[in-house]
Write a protein that binds this ligand. Structure first.
Ligand SMILES: Nc1ncnc2c1ncn2[C@@H]1O[C@H](COP(=O)(O)OP(=O)(O)OP(=O)(O)O)[C@@H](O)[C@H]1O
Length: 269
């Protein structure tokens, strides 16, 4: 197997005396799609934030292409890693096309003009995410799902080696959930994505990491991670896991009106 593009070892993150991530370790092989799953508050976004250096971990190692992540310059990191965050940020005054063009920034000098090749890349990305018709529309006028697709188009234009996606499908209808993840998988780059829909994660990801309360509970092929027992223990729901008729990976059917006794009660104010 080739060298992993990303190697995480003994990663801890504590804040305000609370351990949010505890001894996380995994690697991301070249070209694979790794799904990060787990209940609300499990630590998925926190882990991704460590990977794109928004958070500095308390201890542990993150190596990107065999080099400590903390030693990368901001520009070198942006050439290697693209991020689509969970909450779509505000970009007032930009058209959709201008937003997508921002993906070129790590590859350009201050006074470099946009070339015909750049424009072709931007148009290609807009077409891929189904937004060609919205190119001249203000980004702020797009719907939630269209904004998310525009941010993915910007990440495509960035031509990263690794794509980090924090809940990339949360605003998307089912057609675009499938289409966008298939598109991302077809790019041939390494991807790590947090995904709430376990059936989508099963179908689309080569490997899964299951987090709960900041700890790594399971990792491996979807069939090793998405077992009835593990889903019950971690998510507190009853389900049956069968083999999907098309892709042969786990297909989960949930049962309603049941709660498992294993999961601790979550107290809401
Ligand atoms: N900056 C912070 N300060 C204090 N606590 C934090 C901070 N960031 C995250 N947390 C806490 O860490 C825990 C994990 O949060 P995180 O957002 O990583 O979870 P998640 O798995 O992405 O959840 P969700 O599925 O709801 O998006 C939560 O209890 C959260 O309140």
């Amino acid at each position: 197997m080739s060298e992993p593009v990303l190697d995480v070892n003994h990663l801890f993150w504590q804040v305000d005396g609370k351990t949010i991530l505890a001894d996380i370790h995994f690697n991301l092989p070249k070209g694979q799609m790794l799904g990060l799953i787990g209940p609300n508050g499990a630590g998925k976004s926190s882990l991704l934030r460590c990977l794109y250096r928004y958070i500095v971990p308390s201890s542990g190692n993150i190596d990107l292409f065999g080099q400590d992540l903390s030693t990368y310059s901001a520009k070198a990191l942006a050439r290697s890693v693209a991020v689509v965050q969970q909450d779509t940020p505000h970009y007032f005054d930009l058209t959709t096309e201008q937003l997508v063009t921002m993906g070129l920034t790590p590859h350009k000098g201050l006074f470099d003009a946009t070339t015909a090749q750049d424009k072709a890349l931007i148009n290609h990305a807009l077409t891929k995410v189904g937004l060609a018709k919205h190119a001249q529309q203000p980004y702020e006028q797009l719907s939630g799902g269209e904004k998310q697709r525009a941010l993915i188009a910007r990440a495509i234009v960035q031509q990263p080696h690794i794509l980090i996606l924090d809940e990339p499908t949360n605003h998307l209808d089912i057609r675009y959930q499938i289409q966008i993840l298939e598109l991302v998988a077809s790019l041939g780059i390494s991807v790590i994505a947090s995904i709430h829909d376990l059936n989508l994660a099963s179908a689309m990801c080569d490997k899964l990491l299951l987090l709960d309360q900041g700890k790594l509970i399971a990792k491996g092929h979807p069939s090793e991670v998405l077992t009835e027992r593990q889903i019950s223990d971690v998510f507190g729901v009853c389900c049956e896991v069968n083999v999907h008729p098309q892709h042969q990976k786990p297909l989960i059917s949930y049962f309603y009106g049941y709660q498992t006794a294993n999961k601790k009660e979550v107290a809401y104010d």
